[in-house]
Design a protein around this ligand. Sequence first.
Ligand SMILES: *[C@@H]1O[C@H](CO)[C@@H](O)[C@H](O)[C@H]1NC(C)=O
Ligand SMILES: *[C@@H]1O[C@H](CO)[C@@H](O)[C@H](O)[C@H]1NC(C)=O
Ligand SMILES: *[C@@H]1O[C@H](CO)[C@@H](O)[C@H](O)[C@H]1NC(C)=O
Ligand SMILES: *[C@@H]1O[C@H](CO)[C@@H](O)[C@H](O)[C@H]1NC(C)=O
Ligand SMILES: *[C@@H]1O[C@H](CO)[C@@H](O)[C@H](O)[C@H]1NC(C)=O
Ligand SMILES: *[C@@H]1O[C@H](CO)[C@@H](O)[C@H](O)[C@H]1NC(C)=O
Ligand SMILES: *[C@@H]1O[C@H](CO)[C@@H](O)[C@H](O)[C@H]1NC(C)=O
Ligand SMILES: *[C@@H]1O[C@H](CO)[C@@H](O)[C@H](O)[C@H]1NC(C)=O
Ligand SMILES: *[C@@H]1O[C@H](CO)[C@@H](O)[C@H](O)[C@H]1NC(C)=O
Ligand SMILES: *[C@@H]1O[C@H](CO)[C@@H](O)[C@H](O)[C@H]1NC(C)=O
Length: 467
Amino acid sequence: MALHPAFLVVLLVGALAVVSSQVTLAPGIDPKYQFFIDLANTPIAKGDNFPGLGVFRWARFRSNGSAYLDGFQQAFGDSIHMRTAPWGGISLALLTIAPGGLRQPHWHFNTAELGYVLSGTAQVGAFGPGTLPAAEFAVQQGQIFFFPQGNNHYIANSGSTNLTILNAFSTVDQIQTLQLDDLLLLSDPSVTAQILGGQSATFAQFPAYAVGSKALVPGPAGSNKIGSPLDGPIVSSDNLNASNYFYNLKGSQNFTYPGGVIQWARYRANATAANLTAQQTAFSQTLHNTNAGITAGSLLVVPGGVREPHWHTVNEFAYVTGGKGTIQTVGPTGADTYSYDAVPGNLFFFPTGYSHTIRNPPGNTDNFTLFIVWSTSDELQSVDLEESFDVISSGILGQAFGVNPQVFSSLPKLHETIAPPRNVSGPAFSNVLASSAQAPASGPAAPAAAGGNGTGTNGTAVKTATP
Ligand SMILES: *[C@@H]1O[C@H](CO)[C@@H](O)[C@H](O)[C@H]1NC(C)=O
Ligand SMILES: *[C@@H]1O[C@H](CO)[C@@H](O)[C@H](O)[C@H]1NC(C)=O
Ligand SMILES: *[C@@H]1O[C@H](CO)[C@@H](O)[C@H](O)[C@H]1NC(C)=O
Ligand SMILES: *[C@@H]1O[C@H](CO)[C@@H](O)[C@H](O)[C@H]1NC(C)=O
Ligand SMILES: *[C@@H]1O[C@H](CO)[C@@H](O)[C@H](O)[C@H]1NC(C)=O
Ligand SMILES: *[C@@H]1O[C@H](CO)[C@@H](O)[C@H](O)[C@H]1NC(C)=O
Ligand SMILES: *[C@@H]1O[C@H](CO)[C@@H](O)[C@H](O)[C@H]1NC(C)=O
Ligand SMILES: *[C@@H]1O[C@H](CO)[C@@H](O)[C@H](O)[C@H]1NC(C)=O
Ligand SMILES: *[C@@H]1O[C@H](CO)[C@@H](O)[C@H](O)[C@H]1NC(C)=O
Ligand SMILES: *[C@@H]1O[C@H](CO)[C@@H](O)[C@H](O)[C@H]1NC(C)=O
């Protein structure tokens, strides 16, 4: 279908207006960087670097634009902020903690937190709010912890190698945090003495420090745990109390498709129907019972496979954990349509409604793997492109595209979600398009085909490029 040149100009101007009126890009920064950042190599702000202890690499919005360290951070940060409401926002940190290091007990005022361990071993502790019990447990590579908004939690590196974690937050605003040590320091000593039975001297003897100075503190490397909990040993991750905060994503059910595998850490409205274990049900409920939610999952696409074009009703961040692939986004009416080569350490942002396609090109030898988070505490909803061809009548589709409706009525209904490697170089559609010359090819809406599904017209049967 040929578009009138004037129409193309309107489309282009419209696309530019969308970009320039909302995200102002630094000189030389391509608009595609609104949806992509090389997180593993992004520059580190001074306040996020704790020499010898750890590092935070951020993909987040900064209300102070001068605080972005380069135009790439700014394009991505301003883009996620502009596209937040009302579908929920996500910020993400790639956190490295050195062996023995401890991220102090603290809580967030305005966000939940979901961490996925990329490497190393964490000891994590959490309690509250409300009736959520206390639990301390280990989290290994491929596993997840979740802290609801207001939950008091800590993260320690209990192994002998760097601990690296992808930490997702359910906000794009400045994250508001208070640490236990700072609360104690700032509270009236006579009050802390009173609530603890009058022992005023105890805290006064602690080493002096400045408020906010101890986000990460050192400790002995390779210890199984930091200190010794007074109330007993660290519980197994299978413990039902720990399960409120812990999910073994790597060990969870594999949803296997012809071209790959999906694993979920998500809320399920009906845990029985989803065949969740008691532990998984506890986690699903914690995800849901927080007022700022996150859903997570992992995606594996085999060489030659493709996660078909699809979209959600919430925002999505996808981080490449292994292999190489290509990713395409399609934004509103021609805007924000980009293709990317993706490698480990890359982070992608798929705003609500934006179609995205995740492909492992044929010829690759490794699986293409991603860790993904979505901005919802409800059961995640998706729409796949193929569904449109299944549920809309072929007459309407024929009319919409200006071709013989039988093109659509004879398409296979594969429902593959992740399509397998497949030869797509055949001449699948040429006969059909030739035979559909009888149908109006462009211009105003074609007259409705009688019967709504193409019974009034006829054409050559379609042979699609399926094996
Ligand atoms: C904004 O950030 C810059 C760079 O970090 C800093 O110099 C400046 O003081 C900040 N401005 C405000 C108002 O915080
Ligand atoms: C869960 O924690 C409560 C106290 O908060 C404790 O009484 C209970 O025994 C714990 N349950 C398990 C399975 O550890
Ligand atoms: C551990 O992490 C730090 C901070 O990112 C880095 O400088 C160091 O090279 C890492 N060590 C190893 C063995 O990867
Ligand atoms: C899912 O697949 C992985 C990798 O093949 C495997 O280690 C894991 O045990 C599987 N999970 C289940 C529940 O079968
Ligand atoms: C949950 O799923 C189970 C099994 O599929 C079904 O028997 C039950 O009726 C469902 N419950 C609700 C509330 O839909
Ligand atoms: C339900 O999950 C268990 C493991 O937790 C598995 O053994 C079983 O096959 C699953 N049932 C169905 C119907 O998927
Ligand atoms: C790719 O993933 C599939 C499915 O989990 C697995 O069977 C296969 O061994 C993996 N291939 C490689 C090279 O890791
Ligand atoms: C793919 O299809 C083309 C055209 O039909 C054919 O020439 C080619 O041999 C096929 N390749 C494979 C690997 O089947
Ligand atoms: C069109 O719809 C009619 C009535 O629903 C049905 O009998 C016929 O099989 C359909 N034809 C095609 C090609 O789908
Ligand atoms: C449609 O084509 C089929 C197969 O060529 C033929 O049997 C049928 O009569 C045709 N129907 C119409 C309405 O032309």
